[in-house]
Every structure is written in C-alpha cells, then in structure tokens.
Design a protein. Sequence first.
Length: 117
Amino acid sequence: MPGSVSAPRAHPSRLVGGLVGTAAVLAGRLLSGDADRSDRHQPRDVLRSVSALTTGIFAVLVTLAFVQSGLDVARTFSSRLSVALTILVASITVPGWMVHLLFRQSRSLRVPTDAEP
C-alpha cells in the first residue's frame, strides 16, 4: 500500500546473535548453579569436551569437502568454517563465562561466616 509505513524488521543475524547470547547466559547460569558439587563437570571440562568435539567435526567436514571438490574448495570452506566457528564459540563462551563468574562471586559473598557472636 503506497504511503504506509511498515515496522522495521529485525535483522536475522541480530536475532541469531541474541538467541545464542541468551542460550549462553542460561548455560552459564546452569553451570554455575551447583558447580561446587563433585559430580558436576566444571566449566573448563565442558569447554575442553566441546572443543574436542568441534575439532573432530571440523576435520570431517573439511576432509569431505576436499574429497568431493578438491583443494581450493576445501581451503575456502575451511576458512569460512573457521571464522563462523570462532564467532559462534566466542558468542557462547564469553557471556556464559561472565554469568558463571558473576554467580560464583555472588555466591561467595552470600556464604555466612562461622564467627561466634
């Protein structure tokens, strides 16, 4: 309709970034909620496991690209995948780690001291 003004649309990358950031904050909160329990994985252990998993998946994908399309396509794919993976990992770990540290600090401030009155 001419002359009508439509509402601005959210850019898809901002929406995805917001969703990933929200998921990271929730993950950081869940990891820090009872991180002191011995049966829970520490955040550094979770990051190591995820890093190993993504490295393995990365290697398989680049190898398949090389076998199917050759070296030049595999190089391009590897570069793009590396950038995308770096952005994804940073957007998940940075907010998640910050929330984990904030909750750990607030939990240490709330711990009562054993001082006698």
